[in-house]
Ligand binder design. Structure first.
Ligand SMILES: Nc1ncnc2c1ncn2[C@@H]1O[C@H](COP(=O)(O)OP(=O)(O)OP(=O)(O)O)[C@@H](O)[C@H]1O
Length: 326
């Protein structure tokens, strides 16, 4: 199957503000050559410590942040070169669900208006009657009845608000959805319900998902493949089973070793590895993980490793790792 979304060599550097007296301006390398492909019905989980560049990858794919370089294809269409109305049109096929439903829903709008708004914005419905019908249908899909149509966001629980956020993303019938930490603001019991809803919707419609999270349990539950991000690059990516059973990169191994055993009732946050990540402005020489790596060799200080495939050739068997050990 062809990928729904494909990203090739994505780069996003943020120039730092300030006066550098003629010296070259320092840049923060938020995303530094990332490639990925996601097929219909597939979820790619994206994990990594805070600041590793996960959200920037998602924002660049949707062009909410302008990439510096790289190619982005949605169902074969070159998103990176679209402008104006063409860019607006492709956004109906690529949607995002945010972490905090409280702040991403306008408190002055009713559910009817919030969920129907993308249809109006993109002129995807012929009449207000059609908008109303489609809103009602999509609310049922996410487990909310028509009695909620005229209520405001503050009248809902956190889980219900996230259902509204999901309905708003689904109303344009997208092929690809980015979930950026969609359950981290929710209680653990509600979190499970939302994750199951996200999975059910994927089974029903074949959506491709990019699922960004700090939480290894959540990523393990929801993903088919997983990519591990460290300081702007993917250090490892593989099918979920391979990544969790046979982690190859020392960073992935450290993440898994430091996480408690799988327990759906416990959040498994990252950021428990010895030492802080170096600054993305002043990256270490060679491999960017070497100052924290228990297996660092002399070459790791000198030369950045290339990404190699240590798995099979089939798309679902690829196991890519960026490390001098391989
Ligand atoms: N608009 C911006 N201007 C300058 N720097 C930015 C901007 N957006 C993100 N960054 C920086 O880029 C780096 C990557 O940020 P990003 O939010 O993508 O990381 P993340 O892995 O999603 O982190 P978190 O899990 O905390 O959301 C960080 O160092 C961040 O401070």
């Amino acid at each position: 199957m062809n990928p729904v979304i494909e990203v090739r060599h994505l780069i996003k550097h943020f120039p730092l503000a300030g006066n550098f007296w003629g010296r070259q301006r320092a840049v923060l390398r938020a995303v530094d050559d990332v490639s990925l492909a996601i097929r219909p019905g597939e979820t790619l989980g994206l994990v990594g410590e805070s600041g590793s560049g996960k959200s920037t990858v998602g924002n660049c794919i949707l062009r909410l942040v302008e990439p510096d370089r790289g190619e982005i294809y949605c169902q074969g269409q070159a998103v990176h070169s679209l402008k104006g109305n063409d860019l607006r049109r492709i956004r109906r096929r690529m949607q995002m669900v945010f972490q905090d439903p409280q702040s991403s829903l306008d408190p002055r709008m009713t559910v009817q208006t919030i969920v129907g708004y993308p249809l109006k914005l993109q002129r995807l419905a012929a009449s207000s009657t059609e908008v109303a019908e489609r809103v009602e249908h999509i609310l049922t899909e996410v487990g909310l009845g028509r009695e909620h149509l005229d209520r405001y966001p503050h009248e809902f629980s956190g889980g219900q608000r996230q259902r509204i956020g999901i309905a708003r993303a689904l109303i344009t019938e997208p092929a690809f959805i980015i979930f950026d930490e969609p359950t981290s603001a929710l209680d653990v019991s509600v979190q499970a319900q939302i994750l199951n809803l996200i999975k059910t919707l994927q089974h029903r419609h074949g959506y491709a998902y990019l699922f960004i999270s700090h939480d290894l349990t959540v990523v393990r539950h929801i993903s088919h493949r997983v990519a591990v991000m460290y300081l702007g690059i993917f250090v490892e990516s593989a099918a979920k089973g391979d990544l969790f059973e046979q982690p190859a990169h020392p960073y992935t191994r450290a993440l898994l070793a430091s996480a408690p055993k799988p327990n759906p009732d416990i959040r498994q946050e990252l950021a428990v590895i010895a030492g802080d990540p170096p600054s993305p402005v002043h990256l270490p020489s060679g491999c960017r993980f070497h100052p924290r790596c228990p297996e660092a060799m002399p070459i790791c200080r000198q030369k950045a490793p290339k990404t190699k495939n240590i798995g099979g050739d089939r798309a679902d068997k690829l196991h890519r790792v960026c490390c001098h050990l391989y």
